[in-house]
Design a protein around this ligand. Structure first.
Ligand code: FAD
Ligand code: MLT
Ligand code: ZN
Length: 469
């Protein structure tokens, strides 16, 4: 590899603002969202168009230089952290909305569009782009697709994959795959689009996408529920899904410890019940008609009658809805404020959630007495953020040093429950060894063959997703 020549060529491939090498200018691109991983890079490239991305890839391919794509850099598993000798390819300057088509119900956007901007562009034509997550003000659509993001509305609308119809991708050697199709149905051969979605920058660089738009609900009905038990959470879910309006779009589990932390440590968060129940559920429906509120009230009345519910707060105004959502989002903020926490984003079949939580909590308590699980999130999808905080009195460094066996316990149990070690955050850098440990050898072999076929020199996000051979 001739690094000096490569850098000269890279500098020439973009404009002055597109090539950063000074340490203070590249610093923000070297660290991940939680500040736990710190990378290094030869340079940061900020292309303005697909042709510039293609030129950058051709140069890196020729010189064997690793390329780490970055969108908003909000990822949770170190997928966007570069290593020495690699470049960061930041898509942030490619943020045009290329087209909105209300008849096809599609929006065509460049990879660097911030998710909230895509949502706003959809709303401007009275449509919904339903992907929604806590980082939506800073994550970018290329990153959302590359990590197949989930979030708060998956229950009704699916993950990023289900919301994408077509892609434009620059391949490892700089060729461009023009797959910006707007079709709902296409069985003409293997699905290349789905291969790139969720590949975390290891198979190609997503430069643009055609996304699905949906009817925009004019009304939402939101409530915080206090289920009578964890098993009742599932009964409530089943009841809610059978209700009108296609069922709820959000059904989020909130444990007492997490609501307490949010109420104590996050500005604007207030405990909703006089006495917090062990588990709460934040539920939200959307519909075009106002009847949705009556529907929710009827649903809750039936659930009280059936003994599934001990208490409930129905939001009476937009401000009250926002306050309930603030509590949900406050959990992540509170954990950050409280120091070290060990993040997990597991999934098990929905029906097995209560047994999984019970067994996992008891296994962890035996392994590290006093460890505090914050089990929250997208329970309607069977996806739990099983975050662990240290036992009272244990310092962060000792806790993190003792972390690997706790993670293995949770991952082993998720596997035993026919689940996944990563339901939405991906593998990145942090979970490669666990992927190799827990996915069957045949699946790993197939993944490697795909990687070798699309990136024979291994320049795309080296060391991420698949562990070194
Ligand atoms: P980045 O972090 O920049 O990149 C993520 C991965 O994709 C990296 O491997 C990177 O190399 C690759 N990549 C980025 N852009 C491209 C591209 N154009 N082409 C190819 N590869 C690319 N995630 C969820 O799924 N659900 C949640 O509910 C959720 N909530 C969150 C809440 C908070 C407060 C935060 C901070 C994060 C949350 N996340 C969540 C994680 C994160 O926001 C998502 O994974 C998001 O989709 C990442 O988008 P990004 O643009 O920041 O990607
Ligand atoms: C969430 O659902 O809030 C996030 O996925 C959790 C996180 O980012 O840690
Ligand atoms: Zn999540």
């Amino acid at each position: 590899m001739d690094t000096a020549t490569a850098l000269t060529q890279l500098r020439a491939a973009v404009d002055a603002a597109g090539f950063l090498v000074a340490p203070d200018t590249i610093e923000p691109y070297l660290n991940e969202s939680r500040g736990r991983l710190h990378g290094q890079a030869l340079a940061v490239l900020r292309p303005r168009c697909t042709d510039e991305v293609a030129a950058i890839l051709r140069i890196c391919h020729t010189h064997g230089i690793g390329v780490v794509a970055q969108g908003g850099n909000t990822g949770r598993c170190g997928g966007g952290v570069p290593a020495a000798g690699q470049i960061v390819l930041a898509l942030e300057r490619m943020h045009a909305i290329r087209a909105v088509d209300a008849l096809d119900d599609t929006i065509t956007v460049e990879a660097g569009c911030i998710l909230a901007e895509v949502q706003a562009a959809a709303a401007a034509v009275d449509r919904l782009f339903p992907l929604s997550l806590g980082a939506e003000g800073s994550c970018r659509i290329g990153g959302n697709l590359a990590s197949n993001a989930g979030g708060l509305n998956v229950l009704r609308y699916g993950m990023a994959r289900e919301l994408c119809l077509g892609l434009e991708v620059v391949l490892a050697d700089g060729r461009v795959w023009h797959g910006l199709r707007r079709l709902r149905k296409d069985n003409s051969g293997y699905d290349l689009r789905d291969l790139f979605i969720g590949s975390e920058g290891t198979l190609g660089i997503i430069t643009a996408a055609v996304l699905r738009l949906l009817p925009r609900p004019r009304h939402t009905a939101t409530a915080l529920l206090a289920p009578s038990s964890l098993t009742a959470v599932l009964a409530l879910l089943a009841r809610a899904r059978a209700a009108g309006a296609g069922g709820p779009h959000s059904f989020e589990l909130l444990p007492r410890i997490a609501l307490q932390a949010a109420a104590e440590h996050v500005h604007g968060c207030r405990a909703p019940f006089a006495e917090l129940p062990p588990w709460s559920v934040l539920i939200e429906f959307g519909a075009r008609g106002v009847w949705i509120e009556a529907e929710l009230e009827a649903l809750l009345a039936e659930a009280f009658e059936a003994g599934e519910l001990d208490d409930a707060v129905i939001a009476q105004s937009e401000a009250q809805k926002a306050a309930l959502w603030r509590l949900r989002e406050g959990i992540v903020e509170a954990q950050k404020a409280l120091g070290a926490s060990l993040k997990h984003d597991l999934a098990v079949p929905v029906s097995r959630v209560p047994a999984f939580i019970e067994q996992a909590c008891s296994a962890l308590a035996q392994q590290l007495p006093g460890v505090r699980p914050y089990v929250f999130g997208h329970v309607g999808d069977g996806n739990l953020h099983f975050n662990l905080s240290p036992p009272p009195g244990m310092d962060d460094a000792s806790f993190l040093a003792a972390a690997a066996p706790l993670t293995r316990t949770l991952h082993d149990l998720a596997a035993a429950f026919e689940g996944s070690i990563s339901a939405e955050h991906g593998i990145g850098l942090l979970k490669t060894a666990e992927l190799a440990r827990l996915r069957p050898p045949l699946e790993l072999e197939l993944m490697r063959r795909i990687k070798d076929a699309l990136d024979p020199q291994g320049i795309l996000n080296p060391g991420k997703v698949l562990p070194p051979r």
